[in-house]
Ligand binder design. Structure first.
Ligand code: BG6
Length: 482
């Protein structure tokens, strides 16, 4: 469905995020016919680039990240025609009058702050000062949204000085992933699961976001963040909210976000012995796999975690007594994001002890191979008596939905188009972000006061052994990463 013509200004247009995600996503939407003629993308950054130089940068990024589409005749040239570039100094006045002069007409004006949060205030002020705010103005901001509760509050306050919450779009790109949205449909579009979706029937829930990549060139940022701030406070927290929230009355931005907020507020403080932090180390037998974390960031004494596993509890009627195990890490054995809902064992086995213990598990795979699997117990086929086995009822989106399921839009495509449409459902509200920090801060302060040092884990492994012990103490185990 095409969206109305719009102006999208990307501050930080020469940066890494714009190059890797935002511009390729826009190009893909252009190829899908979703950018009406007249839509304009204006790149803004400090560098003094010519139009030509900027378009060349965009061409390179599109060719690198969407090579197949970039080869389609006419597509790239048509997309580049929608682009222009303006050198703008966020802290000074140069470039602003020119930008304001370009913003004419009554159409959606989205300003994408793809810059560090220290510039949010300056950008917000200038946009207002230069008269660029209309009813159709939207502000898009990227994570990290703050470093802790105080800084997130300060950022929210700065944005609120200039803009109403209803025009602020805080991106958590996990919310744009196809299967993440599907979580809500699986839960609230089917009669099957919701009656069982509580502590009476669910033994525990595991949320795993495993990555094979390391910190790469982002060492400076990552040293200050660590996995807790980089992944848990936002992405894993959002997944937890969607899995645990009450049904909203309707699929409307505030109804959904109100329910998510209640989940975060119902989270108990995490006990220090329910947290395992890890840091990857090189594998001496396979040096070609790369350097350990400390070498990569150039800090031999770093105690920043590149892995974290923790056990969380939600104190409300639905979930009291059902633990949520969260884990995420870099340089693990496989890239795999999956949520496993492990149901309780049947209360009594009519097949006797020798039939073994079997249970149902609903696995929701976010990436790769998006899909849903329900593990069910059946009789082992054949004449060998009543033996039970677990088999998967498997639904792969790629297989079930054909080419459309295979080629699901990238999170950024969906989120940017939602900004243009003015739909905030998949964006974090200010109070949600603050509540997430309010839960995160004491966890971090706790391990800092204990002087906790992350446990080493080898590149290509499933994480530190202590994470397995965390489960074993509860007589449970992690489900495999790949
Ligand atoms: C980002 C984190 O928000 O998400 C990165 O800053 C992480 O450290 C990335 O690698 C993971 O995103 P995805 O979409 O590749 O799972």
């Amino acid at each position: 469905i095409p969206v109305d013509p719009f102006d999208l200004v990307i501050f930080g247009a020469t940066g890494d995020l714009a190059r890797r995600k935002i511009l390729p996503a826009l190009f893909k939407r252009y190829c899908a016919g979703q950018m009406e003629p007249g839509a304009r993308v204006i790149g803004a950054a400090r560098s003094e680039l010519s139009q030509e130089e900027f378009r060349n940068l965009v061409r390179e990024s599109v060719e690198e990240f969407t090579p197949e589409r970039a080869r389609r005749p006419g597509m790239l040239a048509g997309f580049l025609d929608c682009l222009s570039y303006l050198p703008v100094d966020a802290r000074g006045s140069s470039g602003w009058p020119e930008l304001a002069a370009m913003m004419t007409g009554d159409r959606v004006r989205a300003f994408y702050f793809s810059v560090g949060p220290s510039l949010f205030g300056d950008l917000a002020r200038r946009i207002r000062e230069y008269g660029m705010v209309t009813e159709q103005t939207r502000i898009v901001v990227e994570k990290p949204f703050g470093h802790d509760l105080d800084s997130a509050r300060a950022l929210n306050a700065t944005l609120a000085e200039h803009f109403d919450e209803s025009v602020i779009y805080r991106i958590d790109h996990y919310l744009g992933k196809e299967t993440v949205q599907n979580l809500m449909v699986v839960r609230f579009g089917n009669m099957l699961f919701e009656p069982l979706w509580n502590s009476q029937y669910v033994d525990h829930i595991q949320i795993t976001v495993a990555e094979t990549v390391g910190v790469g060139g982002r060492g400076d940022y990552y040293e200050r963040a660590g996995a807790m701030r980089d992944m848990v406070q936002n992405h894993l927290m959002q997944l937890l909210c969607l899995i645990a929230m009450e049904p909203p009355a309707k699929f409307d931005p505030d109804a959904v976000r109100d329910e998510k907020l209640k989940v975060i507020r119902a989270l108990d403080a995490v006990k220090p012995h329910h947290i395992v932090r890890g840091q990857y180390v090189a594998d001496p037998t396979q040096p070609q796999l790369g350097q350990g974390y400390r070498e990569e960031v150039g800090n031999p004494r770093s105690s920043t975690e590149s892995y974290i596993a923790l056990k969380a509890h939600i104190s409300n009627w639905r979930w009291a007594g059902t633990p949520f195990y969260l884990r995420t890490g870099k340089r693990l054995v496989a890239r795999s994001s999956v949520i496993n809902v492990r149901f309780k064992d049947a209360p009594h086995s009519i097949f006797g002890a020798e039939a073994g213990q079997h249970s149902n598990v609903l696995s929701i795979r976010l990436q790769p191979n998006e899909g849903i699997t329900l593990q069910v117990t059946i009789k082992e086929p054949g004449p060998g008596g009543m033996r039970l086995v677990d088999v998967p009822l498997d639904m792969s989106f790629a297989e079930a939905l054909g080419p459309d399921g295979r080629d699901t839009a990238d999170a950024y495509e969906r989120l940017i188009m939602d900004v243009i449409r003015g739909n905030q459902t998949l964006f974090m509200r200010g109070d949600e972000v603050e509540a997430a920090w309010a839960w995160t801060d004491p966890v971090i302060a706790g391990w800092q006061s204990l002087g906790d040092v992350p446990k080493p884990y080898t590149i290509g492994s499933t994480g530190p052994l202590d994470a397995d012990l965390l489960m074993r103490r509860d007589e449970r185990r992690w489900r495999g990463i790949n």
